[in-house]
Design a protein around this ligand. Structure first.
Ligand SMILES: [Zn+2]
Length: 50
């Protein structure tokens, strides 16, 4: 199973743990709700540093 990296906190996590969010036509995955909410609050901040 593929490991992914959370773009908010930098932790890696498995597909079974992911929290998905549709942003600008593409699905992004986060390791938990807190990180997803941080991204939703300021998506540009995280997209620019990625
Ligand atoms: Zn995270």
């Amino acid at each position: 199973m593929a490991e992914q990296t959370c773009m908010v906190c930098g932790k890696s996590f498995g597909e079974d743990k992911e929290m998905k969010w549709m942003h600008d036509g593409q699905w992004l995955a986060f390791d938990d709700l807190g990180c997803r909410n941080k991204f939703i609050g300021s998506p540009q901040k995280y997209l620019e540093s990625a």
